[in-house]
Design a protein around this ligand. Structure first.
Ligand SMILES: Nc1nc2c(c(=O)[nH]1)N[C@H]1C(S)=C(S)[C@@H](COP(=O)(O)OP(=O)(O)OC[C@H]3O[C@@H](n4cnc5c(=O)[nH]c(N)nc54)[C@H](O)[C@@H]3O)O[C@H]1N2
Ligand SMILES: Nc1nc2c(c(=O)[nH]1)N[C@H]1C(S)=C(S)[C@@H](COP(=O)(O)OP(=O)(O)OC[C@H]3O[C@@H](n4cnc5c(=O)[nH]c(N)nc54)[C@H](O)[C@@H]3O)O[C@H]1N2
Ligand SMILES: [Mo]
Length: 780
């Protein structure tokens, strides 16, 4: 069967959602969400502290919800109910523990055979542990011994660039600032960061397009927009509070245009669990007014198509003597590069647009009509856009389309990359950056009196390569799960295990900890929900920055999971003092009073003046984004159009000739937080009790079943002599385009080749992996 010709949006026509996916619940949110919360509070054995903690999530004097980076409303203080926020909080506030006795019972080799779910399911780590190779076990160790040995090992490396300092985006501003200060005093810019696998492309594209690597949208813009384009994200699962804003917008008549290959339940209908009447009536509201299902990686073509319609319609209006449809005031005063962009759009043929996007011309025209009919437009996006080879070009194309009608820097308009980890944006703001701006290094040098390293450091892929070829010898992880979040899991396991030193600061045990280097530590830290007291008994707060650039405080309310825990800041300070000494920086004093760290941030980073005072205001303060005020700090000092051609060939076009080759995307289930697996259900997609599933269009699935059976193996089709196989996945029918597959991260990371990454962004192409589906290999 020739998929390439029949594929043209078979998705919307052939499969109705009802027959495509078994046992799907009706709307997102609703009673299913409430029931699930109760189960999670009980399942984590944290009903009391968990429930108490929830009441203080995202409250002015509580902690920032570790669930996601969506903004909090400016007004009102009622806790906005969020099922997945409940899971994140109760997962941390569990009363289960992973004490030294647990490690005494299990060798590291044995634990490597456990699932992610089982490892973290043991509960919170309680004491610092050091790996003992002779017994293949982690043994308890004193904090001071750990700091001394880590410091000594780091000082013993041939060059500071032999160490990698990884950050996961949950780290607070204060922890991240101290961490980068320590690593730079030590002498390196090696800051691989979860953001390299996440919104890197957004930062790079926006920096070039608008002169600021962040979004320009505030929550109130969602109240004013006439149209909202939601591209490549699944907020029902990953940003549930965003659904409330989308729903309110839809209710007042705004159009919501979704681009997503997969029909995601939360974007179709949403029942608000906070609305009692709605809950009792079993009602739900439609969200998307238009649901376009492009092929994986087809968004650049889709937006190019929209631009083509807009420019053609505008030309026709002008020719007929009517007013232009473009915002010439904006284009003349604030934008650069339109002629070259116009030429690029004209040079792009419709058949390339339709083939790469997989959409029909009518669908693209309908989206363009919404765009043209709206006075104010917001565009949001996440991983469905950022994890492809041409992600930077795609985001610039979205920006191009928005510039045409001045959809930036006015109320109800703007570009909104929806961030993932709750403080990933803040970490970058305070200096977690392998290519730091010179002005920032100048400020550090002036404040601390040292010579900062100036060369570019390693991002995630460079760090992996360096560990593999032996040029990096130490890995420090401030949170996260490097081994499971990165591509090519087998290669990364070798990379970590080959190190002279591995150190993980963590709340729960994960697979990264089970790949010890020659000297290896797991150091347990306080979580965000826990009270952090200094030596004088005073409680300390940290700060975070959300997707809308709002900076606010976060203070825990629960008793720490163990008396031996230290804060991330305390741990970094301990390692730093043992490595670089305390002459230039009094690490112990900073760890004992985070106000002092905030003073240093205020001294060295623009926008943080009077930090301590402003962050204690109820909702914190907003970091200014000049692009939102139409001040564009690009080389031309204008919003800058790009003029990239469409990709020469997309993965879909590569796969089109072969009946067993597909493009696979790896996404999140409803019951996980990245590599943390809360449970085995994916309620909105109708999957229960399993994660080894792969979704396919019903027609593709029927053909595959006939050829390969019910359960299949997936083999990476990237040709580099390495065989990458993910074994034993059940095929599940779903409403999505022909030729595409979807399955869960991190189980499928084994298939993502290190050699496939975004142009300019270096982000692994986790949303477009070329794979072959084959019959299960017979058991040996
Ligand atoms: N509960 C929960 N919340 C989370 C997380 C979590 O794991 N669990 N993770 C956090 C983090 S770090 C992040 S970055 C965010 C992630 O938030 P999302 O970006 O929503 O995460 P994914 O599950 O990867 O979903 C990607 C979506 O993009 C679609 N998609 C895939 N490829 C394409 C494409 O080529 N084009 C288009 N248009 N769509 C495509 C998929 O079908 C899917 O709906 O969520 C954050 N919040
Ligand atoms: N195939 C594929 N791969 C992907 C993605 C994808 O969509 N597909 N998404 C990518 C994205 S968007 C991201 S952001 C990365 C995520 O990559 P990471 O940020 O590295 O991974 P997480 O799973 O968020 O990290 C979970 C671990 O963090 C630790 N932890 C939890 N809370 C705390 C805390 O408060 N302090 C400290 N110190 N540790 C804590 C726990 O030990 C837990 O095991 O993965 C990327 N990898
Ligand atoms: Mo992320």
């Amino acid at each position: 069967m020739d998929r390439s010709s029949s594929a043209k949006n078979a998705s919307t026509k052939n499969a109705s959602p009802a027959d495509a996916s078994p046992r799907r619940s009706s709307a997102a949110g609703g009673w299913g969400a409430l029931k699930s919360c109760g189960r999670h509070l009980l399942g984590s054995r944290a009903p009391l502290s968990g429930a108490r903690a929830l009441l203080s999530a995202n409250q002015p004097d509580g902690f920032d919800c570790p669930g996601c980076a969506w903004g909090d409303p400016e007004h009102g203080s009622s806790f906005e109910f969020c099922e997945n926020g409940v899971k994140a909080v109760s997962w941390e506030a569990t009363d289960k523990r992973t004490p030294p006795a647990f490690f005494a019972r299990h060798t590291v080799t044995e634990l490597r055979g456990w699932s992610d779910h089982a490892l973290e399911g043991q509960g919170r780590l309680t004491e610092p542990m050091r790996y003992d190779a002779a017994s293949d076990r982690y043994l308890p160790v004193a904090w001071e011994t750990a700091f001394a040995e880590i410091g000594e090992t780091l000082r013993g490396l041939g060059h500071p660039d032999e160490a990698e300092f990884y950050t996961s985006g949950r780290a607070s501003n204060e922890a991240a600032y101290l961490y980068q200060l320590f690593a730079r005093l030590y002498g390196t810019n090696n800051f691989p960061d979860c953001s390299n696998m996440c919104h890197e492309a957004s930062g790079i594209a926006l920096q070039a397009a608008i002169g600021a690597g962040k979004g320009t949208v505030l929550l109130e813009d969602f109240e004013k927009a006439d149209a909202i384009f939601v591209v490549g994200q699944n907020p029902g699962t990953n940003h549930p509070r965003m659904l409330g804003d989308l729903r309110r917008a839809a209710e007042r008549g705004a159009r919501v245009v979704v681009l997503n290959p997969v029909r995601e339940r939360g974007l179709e209908r949403f029942a608000d669990p906070q609305n009692t009447v709605e809950m009792l009536r079993g009602a739900s509201r439609p969200i998307a007014s238009h649901y376009l299902q492009p092929r994986l990686g087809g968004d650049m073509a889709a937006f190019r198509g929209i631009a083509k319609v807009v420019l053609a319609r505008d030309a026709a209006e002008v020719a007929a003597g009517r007013p232009s449809l473009l915002d010439h005031a904006f284009l003349n005063q604030h934008a650069a590069g339109l002629p070259a962009y116009r030429a690029a759009v004209e040079a792009t043929p419709w058949d390339a647009i339709l083939d790469q996007s997989g959409l029909t011309r009518a669908e693209i025209e309908a989206a363009a009509e919404v765009y043209l009919g709206a006075e104010s437009v917001v565009a949001t996006w996440a991983m469905g856009v950022t994890q492809h080879r041409h992600s930077v070009a795609t985001i610039r194309e979205i920006a191009n389309v928005m510039f045409l009608r001045g959809q930036i820097g006015r109320p109800g308009t703007g570009l909104c990359p929806v961030r993932g980890h709750s403080n990933v944006q803040g970490d970058r703001t305070v200096g977690i950056n392998e290519r730091p701006p010179a002005a920032f290094l100048d400020a550090l040098e002036a404040r601390f009196g040292f010579e900062a390293p100036r060369g570019h450091g390693h991002n995630v892929l460079a760090a992996i390569r360096a560990m593999l070829d032996g040029s990096a010898k130490a890995f420090i992880g401030l949170g996260g799960n490097f081994a499971r979040a990165t591509p090519d899991s087998a290669a990364v396991a070798r990379a970590l295990a080959g190190c002279r030193l591995t150190v993980h600061v963590a709340t729960k045990l994960n697979h990264s900890h089970l790949l010890p280097g020659r000297v290896a530590y797991v150091l347990p830290c306080l979580g965000r929900t826990e009270i952090d007291r200094n030596s004088r008994g005073r409680t300390q707060i940290v700060t975070v920055e959300d997707s809308m650039s709002m900076v606010h405080g976060s203070g825990g309310i629960n008793r720490p999971a163990s008396p031996h825990l230290r804060s991330e800041i305390g741990i970094i300070a301990g390692i730093a003092a043992a490595t670089v000494g305390s002459e230039r920086v009094d690490w112990a004093a900073l760890a004992d009073d985070y106000d002092l760290i905030r003073d240093l941030i205020a001294d060295t980073i623009p926008g943080f003046s009077r930090f301590n005072e402003r962050v204690r205001r109820p909702r914190g303060f907003k970091l200014r984004n000049l692009a939102a005020e139409r001040v564009f700090e690009t080389p031309e000092a204008r919003a800058t159009f790009s003029a990239d051609p469409l990709p020469a060939v997309t993965e879909h076009q590569r796969a089109a000739g072969s009946a067993d080759t597909f493009v696979l995307q790896t996404f999140r289930s409803h019951d996980q937080y990245n590599t943390t697996i809360y449970g085995l259900d994916d309620r909105y997609r109708g999957v229960y009790g399993e994660r080894r599933v792969v979704f396919a269009h019903p027609d593709d699935l029927a053909a595959l079943r006939e050829r390969a059976g019910e359960r299949v193996d997936l083999v990476c089709a990237h040709e580099d002599g390495v065989e990458r196989v993910a074994e034993d996945f059940r095929l599940v029918p779903f409403d999505m385009p022909r030729g595409s597959l979807a399955g869960y991260y991190p189980e499928l990371n084994v298939l993502v080749p290190l050699a496939s990454f975004g142009e300019h962004s270096d982000t692994p192409t986790s949303k477009s992996v070329l794979v072959r589906v084959r019959e299960r290999a017979p058991a040996p």
